[in-house]
Design a protein around this ligand. Structure first.
Ligand code: NIG
Ligand code: FE
Length: 420
C-alpha cells in the first residue's frame, strides 16, 4: 500500500463529486474547481480530495502545492506518434507556396512517410515512438490514442500496430490503438484504388483483428484521399470485425465525411475544419464526438474548425494534438488548449474540459481518466505557481507543467514509471 498526498493546492481543476461521462454545449464552461484543496492517492488511484480543513495528517509521500494548481492529465485522443522521419523539407515547400494537397499529389506527404516507415525496422520505430511518448508525458499527457497509417501495406501496417502493442505493454499511461490502413492510396494502387480497398477489407482487417492489434478503425475521408462510399465500405467491414470507427473528416473540404462517420456510428469524427450547418445538424442528432485539432490548422495555415458554433449548438467538443510529422509536429496539449482559446474563441474552462474529460470519452477511458474523481487513476500534474486558471492558455509559450504524477507515483522522467 502506498499513499501520496498533495497539500495546499491553490486550485484543484476538474474535481468531480458527481461523475460525468462527457460535457456538452453550455456545460463546457462550467469546469468544477476546488480552491485551497488537498488530493490523496492510494495504490495508484484517487482516494480522496477536499478542502484543506479536512486534509489527512500524513502519507508516504507528501507534496506541497502552495500557489500551484492540479490538473488531471491531458487526454490526447488523436495522434500518429509512430513514424520514421520528420518532414521539415515539406514545411519549407509550403513556406515557398505549395499546399499540403499539392505536396501529397506529388508523392510527398503521407506517401513520403510511408516510404520511410516501410524501410525502418520495428525496433527503431519502437525506440523513436517510446521517446515521443516520454516527451508528451512530460507535457502532462496521461492517456493517448496512437494510429497506424504510415505502413500502407499489410506487412508495414502490422509492423506499426505491433510497435503500438509494445508501447502499450510498458507505458505508464493507457494507450488506445487505431488501425488507419486507409490513410492514403499507395502509389502502386493509384490506377486501381478499388484493389487497395479490397486489400484493407480482405487482408489487413482480418490480420489486425486476428492479432488483436487495434481498438478502433480510422479512414482519412477527404478530398484526394478516400471517398464517402469507400469510407462506408471500410467502416462496415471494420464493424463486422467488432472495431468501432474514429475517422479523419472535413479537413480539406465539405466532403460528407462527418456524415459518413456518424452513419457508421463513429466514436468521433476528427479535424472538421470544414464544418457547416449540415455537419452541425448531423452531429446534434448523434452521439459522435467532434474532435478538433487546432495545432494542425495552425501549422498548415488552414481554417480553424468552428468550435464556438459547435459549443453554442450544444455539442461536446474534444481537443487533441494530431501529433504527426506532416500536419502537426507537436504533441503539446497545453499549446492545443491555448490555440483553442486564441484562435477558436473557446473559454479556458471549455478548452480544459475538451482536453481532459471529453478527450477521455473519445478513447472510452472516461471511467478511469479525464477528471479528478474518487477511484479514477491518480494521474495528474502540478503546475508552476499560477495567478489564475486563464493564465495557462494566456502564457502560451511557457511550460507550466511542473510535477507529474502517474498512477500515484511521481514521474521522474523517461523510464521512471516503465512497467517491468
Ligand atoms: O491528421 N489528415 C490526415 N492525416 C494526418 C496527417 C498525416 C501526414 O501528413 O502525415 C492528419 O493531419
Ligand atoms: Fe490525424
Amino acid at each position: 500500500m502506498s499513499t501520496l498526498l498533495v497539500r495546499h493546492i491553490k486550485t484543484l481543476v476538474q474535481a468531480e463529486t458527481q461523475l460525468r461521462s462527457v460535457v456538452k454545449g453550455s456545460e463546457m464552461a462550467d469546469l468544477p474547481l476546488l480552491h485551497d484543496a488537498y488530493l490523496l492517492a492510494k495504490d495508484g488511484l484517487i482516494e480522496a480530495f477536499g478542502p484543506m480543513s479536512e486534509c489527512p495528517a500524513s502519507a508516504d509521500t507528501v507534496l506541497d502545492a502552495t500557489g500551484r494548481m492540479v490538473f488531471p492529465g491531458w487526454c490526447d485522443s488523436h495522434t500518429h506518434i509512430v513514424f520514421a522521419a520528420s518532414r521539415e523539407e515539406e514545411f519549407v515547400s509550403r513556406i515557398r507556396g505549395l499546399s499540403y494537397e499539392e505536396i501529397a499529389r506529388q508523392g510527398g506527404g503521407i506517401l513520403n512517410s510511408a516510404r520511410r516507415l516501410q524501410a525502418a525496422s520495428e525496433d527503431q520505430l519502437y525506440e523513436d515512438a517510446w521517446q515521443r511518448l516520454q516527451e508528451v508525458i512530460g507535457y502532462g499527457t496521461a492517456a493517448i490514442e496512437i494510429k497506424s497509417g504510415y505502413g500502407l501495406s499489410l506487412e508495414s501496417e502490422l509492423k506499426m500496430l505491433r510497435v503500438i502493442r509494445r508501447l502499450k505493454a510498458v507505458s505508464p499511461i493507457p494507450i488506445k490503438a487505431t488501425f488507419l490502413g486507409a490513410h492514403a492510396v499507395p502509389a502502386e494502387y493509384k490506377e486501381r484504388r478499388e484493389d487497395y480497398i479490397r486489400l484493407i477489407i480482405n487482408e489487413m482487417l482480418p490480420a489486425v483483428v486476428a492479432e488483436n492489434l487495434a481498438d478502433y478503425c480510422d479512414v482519412f475521408c477527404d478530398q484526394g484521399f478516400f471517398t464517402v462510399e469507400e469510407t462506408g465500405q471500410i467502416l462496415q467491414a471494420a464493424a463486422r470485425f467488432g472495431l468501432k470507427a474514429k475517422i479523419h473528416a472535413n479537413e480539406l473540404g465539405y466532403t460528407g465525411g462527418v456524415q459518413a462517420g456518424i452513419a457508421a456510428g463513429a466514436i468521433s469524427v476528427d479535424h472538421l475544419e470544414y464544418t457547416g450547418e449540415a455537419e452541425i445538424d448531423a452531429l446534434q442528432k448523434s452521439d459522435t464526438l467532434p474532435t478538433l485539432l487546432p495545432s494542425c490548422a495552425f501549422f498548415l495555415g488552414i481554417p480553424y474548425a468552428p468550435a464556438r458554433r459547435m459549443i453554442d449548438a450544444g455539442l461536446p467538443v474534444v481537443l487533441a494534438t494530431d501529433f504527426n510529422p506532416g500536419s502537426s509536429p507537436s504533441g503539446r496539449m497545453s499549446l492545443v488548449v491555448a490555440l483553442a482559446c486564441i484562435k477558436m474563441k473557446m473559454l479556458p474552462e471549455e478548452a480544459i474540459q475538451a482536453a481532459t474529460l471529453n478527450g477521455a470519452r473519445a478513447m472510452e477511458l472516461e471511467k478511469t481518466h479525464g477528471s479528478i474523481a474518487r477511484g479514477k487513476a491518480a494521474s495528474f500534474f502540478i503546475t508552476r505557481p499560477m495567478p489564475s486558471l486563464a493564465y495557462l492558455p494566456y502564457a502560451f509559450g511557457t511550460d507550466l507543467v511542473d510535477t507529474i504524477v502517474l498512477n500515484g507515483r511521481v514521474w521522474e522522467g523517461p523510464n521512471s514509471n516503465k512497467k517491468s
